[in-house]
Ligand binder design. Structure first.
Ligand SMILES: NC(=O)c1ccc[n+]([C@@H]2O[C@H](COP(=O)([O-])OP(=O)(O)OC[C@H]3O[C@@H](n4cnc5c(N)ncnc54)[C@H](OP(=O)(O)O)[C@@H]3O)[C@@H](O)[C@H]2O)c1
Length: 253
């Protein structure tokens, strides 16, 4: 159970090799998170992430095979994980790909694949997770959304729309869970300087994985429903969303 000062003792990560998720786990383990289960596609990065959690002091740090696009197996996958490891205080939905807009705009298969990875498949997994959290009567689902979903930009509207879908889904899911003991926290980072954005010019108000992790931990402790990283983006995007379309279209990439 999440303790009186908001510290979870067990976490399941969907997208276990994610840099942002790993930064969050690195803060949770020293704060007495004892069970870390990293669900993802098999890779060295995934197994090294589990090794790091073990070295940091987790009693249990395991990897399990998970692909967001493997939708028909999500229910059985989630049941197996909860049956094997017990209750989870925290589930982090971190899986996602940025894609290359120039390719996506011309390739319907690539576009559908990105939307499935980031939205349809992950949302389907969240349905299965929510079922088990509802059953255990406690827990928090952290969804790594993005400010890119608040208003799609022409330079990355495929990714942006996948995040818009995920964000709306997470909002509705959170509302549907009120009174069950389970809650949802949506995290909306801006540009994070890291693996996903390697080689790109940082956008204004860019941030780091460590800052995202700090904001997430703070959000868990305070019971926040939505977290912006950096927090000023809440106000920046309140304005951006109201800009007339003509102005928005002329915004630099
Ligand atoms: N970095 C940013 O600027 C930024 C900003 C806002 C929001 N976000 C969101 O934050 C989340 C984490 O991003 P990150 O920065 O940590 O990027 P990352 O290090 O590239 O992590 C992305 C994760 O998604 C996983 N993934 C991709 N396709 C998958 C699939 N089909 N099934 C299962 N897992 C899959 C990757 O696994 P593999 O190792 O197998 O590829 C990896 O674990 C993403 O949802 C991203 O959209 C990132």
């Amino acid at each position: 159970m999440i303790d009186a000062i908001g510290r979870p003792q067990s976490v399941l990560v969907l997208g276990g090799s994610s840099e942002l998720a790993q930064a969050i786990v690195a803060k949770l383990v020293p704060a007495r998170c004892r069970t870390v289960v990293l669900a993802g596609r098999e890779s060295e990065r995934l197994s090294e992430a589990a090794e790091r959690a073990r070295a940091a002091g987790a009693d249990v740090a395991e990897t399990v095979a998970f692909d967001t696009t493997d939708i028909e197996h999500h229910l059985a996958f989630v049941d197996q994980v909860f049956d094997r490891f017990g209750d989870f205080d925290l589930v982090i939905a971190a899986a996602g790909v940025l894609g290359t807009q120039g390719v996506l705009e011309r390739d319907p298969v690539a576009t559908a694949s990105l939307l499935t990875t980031n939205f349809t498949g992950l949302a389907a997994a969240m349905v299965a997770v929510a079922g088990r959290l509802r059953h255990q009567g406690h827990g928090r689902l952290i969804v790594l959304s993005s400010v890119a979903g608040l208003r799609a930009r022409k330079v990355n509207f495929v990714y942006g729309s996948s995040k818009a879908g995920l964000d709306a889904f997470a909002q509705g899911l959170g509302d549907s869970l009120v009174g069950t003991g389970v809650s949802v926290m949506i995290v909306r980072p801006g540009f994070v300087v890291g693996r996903m954005t390697e080689g790109m010019t940082p956008a204004p108000f860019s941030t780091t994985p460590d800052a995202v992790a700090d904001a997430v931990v703070k959000g868990i402790e305070s019971g926040a429903g939505v977290v912006y990283v950096p927090s000023v983006l809440r106000w920046v995007f309140a304005v951006m969303r109201q800009l007339p379309q003509l102005v928005w279209r002329r915004m630099p990439g």
